[in-house]
Design a protein around this ligand. Structure first.
Ligand code: PEP
Length: 258
């Protein structure tokens, strides 16, 4: 299974800035990208076409940070999976903590989006993760299981495993500089794998589980080597091409030689 090194640019960058960063990223990493890695960038919608054109190298993909659960229609401000694909997106993101906790998306809606994106031909990354009070109350597994079962409820049981990934992103680690410890990551990822297997059977062993939450160039090598960590989803440290290129190559033989 190839590791997926994903960048979430959130509501940052104009079209021009995004395209420039994407071109720099390809320039810094494409000829060194290990065969067992892929790179994915989620730019703002306005920059999607430019970024997907700029990511013009094997193993590089663009994705949409969000989408609505209809093909088209009177849904002011929304965007459909077909429109994302038309602008060059191969992936869609669902359940990001900012959409859950800032924009008020519930578990069921996240599940509808996950299933609809897959039905429309996107690969989908479903994000799950507990808040700090939930961790302190010993409810990590309860929260993850609830978010996963609702998030996957309408996904066909025979979905191709390379089309569905889960990102474990503890909310308290996102954008805070406070990265989860190795044991916390291994425990959470092992639990996510267990739930995925209970839903999809052995196929789930081929689904990627990404870690997200204050991943940086200097901690990525250790994180990416942990059990059941099949990639990373990076916010802040992905905004600069130099920083994200070090993350993309972290822990690989090439990075160790540089
Ligand atoms: C994210 O936005 O998904 C994220 C993990 O952000 P950061 O890397 O800044 O914590």
């Amino acid at each position: 299974m190839k590791k997926l090194m994903a960048a979430n640019w959130k509501m940052y960058k104009t079209w021009d800035e995004a395209e420039t960063t994407a071109r720099e990223l390809v320039g810094l990493t494409a000829d060194k990208l290990p065969e067992d890695r892929e790179v994915l960038v989620f730019p703002p919608f306005t920059a999607l076409k430019g970024v997907s054109n700029a990511l013009d190298a094997d193993g590089f993909f663009a994705g949409g940070q969000d989408y609505y659960i209809e093909k088209e229609g009177a849904f002011t401000g929304e965007i459909s999976p077909m429109m994302l694909k038309d602008a060059g997106a191969a992936y869609g993101l669902t359940g990001h903590s900012e959409r859950r906790h800032v924009l008020g998306e519930g578990d069921e809606f996240v599940g509808q989006k996950t299933a609809y994106g897959l039905e429309c031909g996107l690969k989908v990354i479903l994000c799950v993760g507990e808040k700090i009070d939930e961790r302190r109350a010993g409810k990590v597994e309860e929260v993850l299981e609830r978010q996963l079962r609702a998030g996957l409820a309408d996904v066909p049981r025979d979905v191709a495993p390379d089309r569905l990934s889960v990102a474990y992103e503890p909310v308290w680690a996102i954008g805070t500089g406070e990265v989860a410890g190795p044991a916390e990551i291994v425990d959470a990822h092992g639990f996510v794998r267990k739930i995925l297997v209970s839903v999809f059977g052995e196929n789930a062993n081929e689904m990627r589980i990404l870690y997200g939450g204050s991943v940086k160039p200097d901690n990525c090598g250790e994180i990416i080597a942990l059990d059941n960590v099949d990639g990373v989803l990076v916010g802040g440290a992905s905004l600069q091409s130099e920083s994200f290129s070090r993350i993309v190559l972290a822990g690989s033989a090439i990075a160790n030689k540089v």
